[in-house]
Design a protein around this ligand. Structure first.
Ligand SMILES: Cc1cc2nc3c(=O)[nH]c(=O)nc-3n(C[C@H](O)[C@H](O)[C@H](O)COP(=O)(O)O)c2cc1C
Length: 307
């Protein structure tokens, strides 16, 4: 029987599948359901400093190759989320990763401090949000200095809880940003978030989303996600959670062969159902047995050696 367990920045996972952020909220009932369906770990929806209503509907739609969303980081704010997050951490037997966003470094510190008190196994820093203190209001993930300052600041308030830097493929310098995050003390990298896109309804003569621009996820972005992991693997030593368009065990193995330690599944829950985690791990096991791989470790980054 193939060994699917992995060590992610000192955290043991029974298998490499991780629920991606923003897909199943923060409440224990839905996350327990994800655990029962085979996930190795879960990431909570990103929580910010204060309550945010998010964008107007429609905020999410699916088409053939992908899903597009402009949810607008709607969330109840950290104060109103602490109890729910703490309950999820206690109720689940698998590791629970918090996720946070903010508009300034100080607000990131405030959210990080509070999130650290909930007992989460790690905190993912969602860098795909605008820094309102930047002259151009750019996303943190687009700039090495902003990323470095932010990761250092967060590290200073969360004690020994591992920090995952979630990168954006909207930055052409994703590798440089990843290196900056590592140098600033990030314990792992999650790559990638959704990729910005526009989809137009030609009969209505306007973009489908009320926000017009939205983040694309699902099969459409898999090669971009694999490319990000491929390039990062050559440049950083910290582990990578490869995310973007993973629906099958074969997709997961592609990411692992590019260099991922664990793999995130978001839109796959829509495409294959909540038991996508079980399906992906079974398909991975089958591939590994047929190809005589005994562990995930043995496959990690193997595509670099062959090329
Ligand atoms: C509806 C929706 C909401 C999302 N919300 C968040 C979020 O709150 N924080 C975050 O870091 N990523 C969020 N994401 C991005 C996912 O975590 C993931 O990085 C992305 O969807 C690519 O993976 P996938 O193709 O498996 O969905 C969201 C994605 C979707 C589809």
């Amino acid at each position: 029987m193939a060994n699917l367990s992995v060590n992610l920045a000192g955290i043991s996972l029974q298998n490499p599948t991780v629920l991606a952020s923003g897909i199943m909220g923060v409440s224990s009932s839905s996350l327990k359901f994800v655990e029962e369906n085979g996930a190795g770990a879960v990431t909570l929806k990103s929580i910010g400093p204060t309550e945010r209503p998010g964008h107007k509907n429609p905020t999410v739609f699916a088409w053939r190759e992908g899903i597009q969303n402009a949810v607008g980081l709607s969330n109840p704010g950290i104060e109103n989320s602490i109890e729910k997050i703490t309950t999820s951490v206690t109720q689940l037997d698998i590791p629970v990763f918090g996720s946070m966003f903010a508009d300034t470094i100080d607000n990131f510190k405030r959210v990080g401090e509070k999130m650290a008190s909930t007992g989460v196994a790690a905190i993912e820093v969602n860098l795909s949000c605008p820094n309102t203190e930047d002259d151009f209001g750019r996303m943190f993930a687009l700039d090495t200095k902003m990323t470095s300052d932010l990761i250092k600041a967060v590290k200073s308030v969360v004690g020994d809880i591992p920090i995952f830097a979630k990168l954006s493929a909207d930055s052409s310098e994703i590798v440089e940003v990843g290196k900056a995050a590592e140098a600033a003390g990030a314990d792992a990298i999650t790559a990638i978030n959704t990729i910005s896109g526009v989809v137009i309804d030609i009969n209505m003569k306007r973009p489908i989303l009320t926000n017009k621009v939205g983040g694309v996820s699902g099969p459409a972005i898999k090669p971009m996600g694999v490319r990000a992991v491929w390039n990062l693997y050559n440049s950083v030593k910290i582990p990578i959670i490869g995310t973007g368009g993973i629906n099958t065990g074969e997709d997961a193995i592609e990411y692992i062969m590019a260099g991922a330690t664990a793999i995130g599944i978001g839109s796959g829950v829509y495409y294959r159902g909540i038991d996508v985690f079980k399906k992906v791990t079974e398909e991975m096991s089958r591939f590994m047995e047929e190809n005589r791989y005994k562990s995930v470790e043995e496959m990690r980054g193997i595509a670099h050696k062959a090329s």
